[in-house]
Design a protein around this ligand. Sequence first.
Ligand code: BGC
Length: 720
Amino acid sequence: MKNNFSKYLFSAIILVFALNIVNAQTKNNQSLDAKITSIIKKLTLEEKISMLHANSIFGAGGIQRLGIPEMMTDDGPLGVREDVKQGWGSANLTTDSATFFPNGSALAATWNPDLAYRFGHDMGEEARARKKTIMLAPAFNICRTPLCGRTYEYYSEDPFLNARLAVQAVKGIQSQNVAACVKHYAVNNQEVDRGKVNVEIDERALREIYLPAFKASITEGNAWSIMSAYNKVLGSYCSENDFLLNQILKGEWKFKGIVMSDWSGTHSTVDAANHGLDLEMGTNPPYEKNYFANPLLAAVKEGKVSMKVIDDKVYRILWVTYKTTLSGNQSSGKINTPEHSKTAYDIAAESIVLLKNEKQLLPLNAKSIKSIAVIGDNATRTFHLGGFGAGVKARYEITALAGLKSRLGKNVDIKFAQGYSGAVKSTRRNAAAEPKADSTLIQQAVAIAKSSEMAVLFIGGNRDYESESRDRTDLSLPFNEQALVDAVTAVNPNTIIVVVGGAPYDIGKIKKNNHTIVWSWYNGSENGNALADVLTGKVNPSGKLPFTFPSSLNDSPAHALNAYPGENLQVNYKEGILVGYRWFDTKKIEPLYCFGYGLSYTNFKYSGFSTDKKNYKTSEIITATVSVNNTGKYAGKETVQLYVGKTGSVVERADKELKAFKKTEIGAGATAKVILKITVKDLAYFDVKTKTWIVEPGQYKLFAGTSSKDLTQISTITVN
Ligand code: BGC
């Protein structure tokens, strides 16, 4: 009796407490609403219009008379970009260096949402310190073709992995009262013709593959701003796309923040204003001539754009201003702190993917090795700048060679040879022009490889080779690297290949001929330290590929169907929902390396996969459990991946889709019980006719395992 009473009392206290929070929130919202409405009343039409377009490369808004601060945006995905002067050159400041965080696909390869949060949090702190209001990040367009020049900025080919990381990155950034600006909305999956191309796509593919991370970052992550993409979707530019902006984003997802255009990505005044764009960015002076300046003023006066529409845009801008600069929670931020370096290090360390370790050459036995030949331009190259928008003026960046030298100490004789030149001559629009093969560089490399006990050979792309505003023309390794690999491996059988890149490359010949392959990325300020720690075994590799490596480009869906880069500025996404591994699995095409692939220095054995029930209602949650035993002698982190497939579906389905994952640290010899949860509603497909999400009743197969093609654990459930 007494027990029951205290239970009720406790529940009542919790309820009162919760109601108080809700009340306080409602009151806060009401008072913010009143504040913003009263400011809008004080603004002249000219002042309102002045807030809706850029007034410098990255700045907008601000009404001095009323104490409303300007909004300063800045790129981006790899850290807070250096300041630029009008005309885009460096402002040559000494105060704008920042932490360089690993690129987007590196973060995705960690499969670790906590790291995405820390990345956002730390970049948010740096943004604060640099007095930025809006970070133009995270960027997470789906990797539809491996050739896309911005694959390295983005996360993955899978909407679920994409969404889980995007939400945390947004939350992290905004925890610092800095707005995230998620980009590029939507289906900006190629750089070729990005400013003009029209994407024809069926709504199911749009909803199931290309929009989930945007939706999640708005509805779960509560992102305060979003950037419209350069391209057209279903006939209209994304910056004036009523369907994407008004109907889906502001209507269905109830987005309250700012829609800004990509830089110079606005194409009209009346359509853009009425179809959902709030802020025109990336324009050049004279700013009064921008679509959203004098022409918008005229359009309002002519009655083509209503005052209600203008006020709504101003409201959104003020709302974000109150969430950020006027939030009252302004910290002064922090920049280049040891904690930020630690985050960059942790991401890098967890992102590196061990592709092959056939001779167990790794981890290196630092005590017994006497000499190493470190070869390759990428061993001494830095990756913080380049690629156009997403550059960071890193306060420091440890190269791979520096990392190896500092970690291996003086006992190991390390010699270096460049091997190839990675200097790219490129113009903004054209494919990167590579320097000619240089046989002298290869000979020098061969000489040191011959005289060393082992070789660590760095190849891959770089930040000038993979770049915004152009796609690669094929997947081949650049800079004559294959010839270097062949020459070095011929003279030193103990050669470890480290490929550095942000997107898939054709490493088929290397996979066939070489026994030890490590995949690394544009891995941030701590690149070399993290890499050396993985190679020497201080860190057990746990990265998993966030996209499929095709054996040949034509195996990839967009290329197999001749649906890239389109004709006459039209690209038809013929593969529909079968993007990435969904295509390879369903069409039974063997990839070079599959989605989710990545080895460890230890082995994980899966067993005992079960679900809490066998029958579920649509409103329920499936709890799946699997035991993972670390059978080796090293502790390690394993990402358990859970895929679901629908047998006998009424609609076309991919063989299976990722629906849950969890990364867990497991000690040597230990067994972890890993619990994963799937909301049954997440098994729905989008029905184009009724425009609703439908959970089909019937049987579903659940697969758990270590990669998308190594799923030993299978269970069946029924949805009623
Ligand atoms: C890119 C955006 C970037 C903007 C500002 C554009 O070219 O597409 O991602 O935020 O430039 O640098």
